[in-house]
Design a protein around this ligand. Structure first.
Ligand code: URA
Length: 433
């Protein structure tokens, strides 16, 4: 078999066999097939797609490229949650402590930022000392002891995804249903949770910009999960504007802490409540929506959700004092106010562009070796449907020395303001069981 023949076959729109997919994945992980051939194949997949069988085969080959974690001996139900990626999406860091405080066990392997979207690992690393590289043994132990762990993929877990993810990020090959489904589901299956909640983002700031494409992706992932014996549910949620206010690593973790203190932005808090509710229902931990909401409110009010975050920070080597003292996070040198140049209603926020602006400031990576600056980012204060006066602050840019001018311009231009009243966005668009 030769990689070039497989590239040509996919370029010509033909389906790949399990053996061919195995040849590529295995050869790439072993370093026998170079980046440039895999990049060409990824691009061909972006144009030609993968059918259902190819999607399952790719997922299985990626899953089998490394170790699998067996959580079956842990007492209680282990759940996992994954977002397809968005701008300002720090949901995991609120959901995981709430769910753990409610009594479920959350065992989560997260990713780094991809393209214009942020990554949970980059956010966690903005907590001084926080370690995301944990051995499978310690991951298991942490989940068993405190019921919560959010870690990076260890080198031995889906190494194929680790390499492909970094390559896709810099070769314009992210937004393909088959590649996203394979990437997410291989990780979810490898990390061993019994139940999986998928948050499929839809809109300008997501990889799936239309509800139709998002439904196809959700269906593909739910089918893969259920066919492997894991209870899998997908929620389609709005990403036509940044989630909450903060975009950028430290800023987002501060927003997480504020949300657990009960002071989070309304849209973000609502989404966290909806996802937690679904997780409690799908695991039969709550029988009704009302019961789920009661449980969530209780662990927020009595401080046990915050306590779970504190325990996770301590177990993973971070400084828990950040919960009380935000000055312990790296601080940006400058904060620049962005003011509306018109009076009217916010009609659109070009969310992808906000993600780009945060990335060029240093919150994300342009190339796979770029170093993240945890302190920089953007706060989006105006939301779709809000009425703003000319001169009112609609965003803030937190910057150090990288590309401040461009980020300010992009952020300013990302807002469209009109005279007519604009409806606010719905946050949960659909649920795929
Ligand atoms: N998140 C992932 O884990 N993989 C993708 O391909 C996209 C989002």
């Amino acid at each position: 078999m030769r990689a070039v023949d497989i590239i040509i076959k996919k370029r010509n729109g033909l389906s790949l066999s399990r053996e061919e997919i195995h040849f590529i994945i295995d050869g790439y992980v072993k370093g026998e097939i170079p980046d440039y051939q895999v990049s060409a194949l990824l691009m061909a997949i972006c144009f030609q797609g993968l059918n259902k069988d190819e999607q399952v085969d790719l997922t299985m080959e990626m899953l089998n490229s490394g170790e699998k974690i067996d959580l079956s001996s842990i007492k209680g139900i282990c759940v996992d949650k994954h977002s397809t990626g968005g701008v300002g999406d720090k949901t995991t860091l609120v959901i995981a402590p709430i769910i753990a405080a409610c009594g479920l066990k959350i065992a989560k392997m997260s990713g780094r930022g991809l393209g214009h979207t942020g990554g949970t690992l980059d956010k966690l690393e903005s907590i001084p000392g926080f370690k995301i590289a944990i051995s499978p043994k310690d991951f298991f132990k942490q989940v068993e002891e405190i019921g919560i762990a959010v870690v990076g993929q260890t080198a031995n877990i889906t190494p194929a995804d680790k390499k492909l993810y970094a390559l896709r990020d810099v070769t314009g090959t992210i937004d393909s249903v088959g590649l996203i489904a394979g990437s997410i589901m291989s990780k979810k299956l490898a990390s061993g949770a019994h139940s999986i909640l998928l948050d499929v983002k839809v809109g300008d700031g997501a990889f799936m910009t239309t509800i139709e494409d998002a439904r196809v992706l959700a269906r593909a992932m739910v089918d893969i999960g259920n066919s492997c014996g894991r209870k899998t549910v997908a929620m389609l949620t709005d990403m036509d504007q940044p989630l909450g206010e903060a975009v950028g690593n430290s800023l987002e973790v501060i927003e997480v802490i504020e949300t657990l203190k009960g002071n989070g932005p309304q849209d973000f808090t609502k989404l966290c409540f909806e996802i937690c509710t679904e997780m409690l229902l799908m695991t039969d931990f709550a029988k009704t929506k009302e019961e789920a909401l009661f449980m969530i409110n209780k662990v927020l009010k009595n401080g046990s959700a915050m306590e779970k975050l504190r325990q996770m920070i301590i177990y993973q080597g971070g400084n828990p004092k950040v919960i009380e003292d935000y000055q312990l996070f790296a601080q940006a040198k400058r904060v620049v106010d962005i003011r509306s140049d018109k009076t009217g209603y916010i009609k659109k926020i070009h969310t992808h562009r906000i993600g780009d602006a945060a990335m060029i400031l240093g919150a994300g990576r342009k190339t796979k070796d770029d170093i993240i600056d945890p302190s920089v980012g953007i706060k989006v204060l105006g939301k779709i449907g809000d009425f703003v006066n000319a001169g009112e602050i609609i965003a803030k840019v937190y910057s150090n020395d990288r590309e401040e001018e461009s980020a300010i311009n992009i952020t300013k231009e990302a807002f469209e303001i009109i005279n007519e009243v604009v409806q606010k966005n719905k946050i949960v668009l659909d649920i795929v069981q």
